[in-house]
Write a protein that binds this ligand. Sequence first.
Ligand code: PMP
Length: 451
Amino acid sequence: MPRKPWEKQAMSTLTQRQLDSWWMPYTANREFKKNPRIITQAKGAYFTDDRGRKIFDGLSGLWTCGLGHGNAKISEAIYQQSQELDYAPGFQYGHPMAFKFAERLVDFMPTGLKHVFFTGSGSEAADTSLKMARAYWRAKGISSKTKFIGRIKGYHGVNFGGFSVGGIGANRAMYGQGIDADHLNHTQLDENLFSRGQPSSGAHLAEQLLELITLHDASNIAAVIIEPLSGSAGVIPPPKGYLQRISQICREHNILLIFDEVITAFGRMGAKTGAEAFDVVPDMMNIAKQMTNGAVPMGAVVTSSDIYQTFMDSPSKDYLIELPHGYTYSGHPLACAAGMATLDLLEQEQAIERVASLSPSFENTLHQLKGMPYVTDIRNFGFAGALTLESAPNEPALRPFLVAMRCWEKGFYVRYGADTLQLGLPFISTEQEIDDVINAIGESLQEIALT
Ligand code: PMP
């Protein structure tokens, strides 16, 4: 059978046994192992694959590597730290880098977020924030507040709490019952199709929270958790006024507000955080990904003083420990070193200012794809953008997959998820590179329309 255009022979020397040995995450393993896409090197905004081709990294890894790959300052910081102190337990012992990095993070955060609980990933941050919320209300003597409110299409990682508050049906079908959660609707409205930046309609959708409060009673609700901009669902920016209203309702009904900023923090919005970009400060913020420029896994929950102080003031039960929770790799010294270097570079290279200043031209170029085959919507904010494609019969992900594969062959990595194609540009992208990756998407759409 002739090869499909994207099925070029890989130069990989990997054996079938090696390929079968790694059960790959969030991967169509059966398809991949027939047609492996193997990345062997990365520098700046480019990967190199096993055929020696340079591939523009249009998603900054997985929204992780905005400052570019193989940054010498980050590598050096990790190396130096590994020679000084490669690992130290964070349980009942501390090490300087974790305290110093936490302080730097607090300085970086919007006013009001003052204490950092380190985790190893975004999923761990999600579940940590949910456990903290329940424990906070218990410490306050209101142990009925255990339910969570998430959103349809929300993504908060893969652990039990995160998938329960997340709004992705396929997860429920696969894993069954999670923890007690209800969901607000997403904010994708027909009248907002092809809107640029924050859509103007949709603030009224925040009122659904009042309905859920009437249904469940605020005395049973611990927290609302939302991504200020839904990333994995395909870049859904919040309608103007929506987050403000959610925050106001939470405050009025004594419900904690958690922002999952695993994608939006550290510059992608053209601001330090989504909270800053959209001007709403939550009680807790979950961070990961760009936190270390992707070089070492790390996440964290950053909390208000009220939350921290509630635990510090409460009688502790377990060997004086206020919150019996934590990970072997919480505050890992190498991750802290990578994170410190990342914060330095964001500042020195004025990366956030660069995203803010180039995002209008990214927006203009991206929206030129309107009218291309199958494109039913385009959304963007900062250096995040997505297209929705009309689904092939019964196969919502097929067209985005075909486009992503064609882009890969043309030397561009873009992400496909459900019926969307997503771009998360490196902060160091040039205008030419932005034009080129968007052109590659346009050409690929035209090609698949002809097949
Ligand atoms: N929350 C959000 C908003 C995310 O986008 C992600 C990852 N895409 C996660 C949580 C989970 O992070 P991780 O994959 O590091 O566990």
